[in-house]
Write a protein that binds this ligand. Structure first.
Ligand SMILES: *Cc1c(COP(=O)(O)O)cnc(C)c1O
Length: 253
């Protein structure tokens, strides 16, 4: 391996320490509400950080990783997966997907958490079919309160994407007709200005509505570095944590 292929011992020590702190937070949050931490999946969000960090995280036992941009994710994971030792890594795609990138993402992602429109679902389905796979997907829900003056493009806090709750059932029904997609659940980001407890309680209600029609759709992807406790309290099964493990990302890319 080239020197850039693996982080320094100091970096590995820092990742190990941050991981154990996050794992302790998750365990405490789970115990506080009578949940089994073993039932929660930590997805370590490696966006902005190099392939070297991904290898170190895998060696520390973290096999679920998250990325949010097609080009970055495909290059980084192609490099890492070249080594058979890292073949078991699971890549969760958690960012907005442009329709013209869907075929690319469908070929390498192990799950796409951010499906929010039928056009994207159909493009992912075609890409998965072309790659000879069945792709697990989640529907991303927009939990921002619609502003009174808001038009159809008003996504509240910063255009994070997601289907409006009143359109969730329709999208779920259409998505389930796509033969190369399998619906695994719902995903959301708590709106910046809202109480995460209220947002994740809402998400839990919506998740229950989805799993009532699609029992296999039992994932709730919710909770990040700042609000994972609230997510655990409200039934999250998959936590997406970046900053608390890898450190602060650069603000521009
Ligand atoms: C970056 C990102 C995360 C991780 O956020 P942190 O605050 O760094 O833990 C989680 N979910 C999504 C959708 C993201 O884009």
């Amino acid at each position: 391996m080239s020197p850039a292929a693996y982080p320094s011992p100091q970096r590995v020590a820092q990742l190990r320490e941050n991981l154990s702190a996050v794992r302790a937070r998750i365990a405490a949050a789970a115990h506080a509400c009578g949940r089994d931490p073993g039932q929660l999946t930590l997805i370590v969000v490696t966006k902005f950080f190099p392939a070297a960090d991904v290898r170190a995280l895998a060696d520390l036992g973290e096999l679920d990783l998250g990325e949010n941009r097609d080009q970055e994710a495909s290059e980084k994971f192609r490099q890492v997966r070249r080594d058979a030792r890292y073949a078991a890594l699971r890549l969760h795609f958690i960012g907005q997907v442009q329709t013209n990138k869907a075929a690319s993402v469908a070929a390498y992602a192990d799950a796409v958490h951010s499906v929010d429109r039928i056009k994207l679902a159909r493009a992912l389905n075609r890409g998965a079919a072309a790659a000879g796979r069945v792709l697990p997907v989640l529907v991303q829900v927009d939990l921002a309160e619609p502003k009174p003056s808001g038009g159809p493009d008003d996504h509240g806090d910063g255009m994070r994407g997601g289907v409006r709750p009143d359109q969730l059932a329709g999208l779920v029904e259409q998505l389930r007709a796509e033969p190369n997609l399998t619906l695994r659940g719902v995903m959301a980001v708590a709106p910046l200005s809202a109480d995460p407890n209220a947002a994740f309680a809402r998400l839990a209600d919506l998740a229950a509505q989805v799993s009532a029609v699609a029992p296999e759709a039992n994932w709730i992807s919710a909770g990040m570095s700042s609000d994972l406790e609230a997510a655990v309290r409200h039934g999250a099964t998959h936590l997406r944590v970046g900053t608390a493990i890898l450190g602060t990302r650069p603000t521009l890319r």
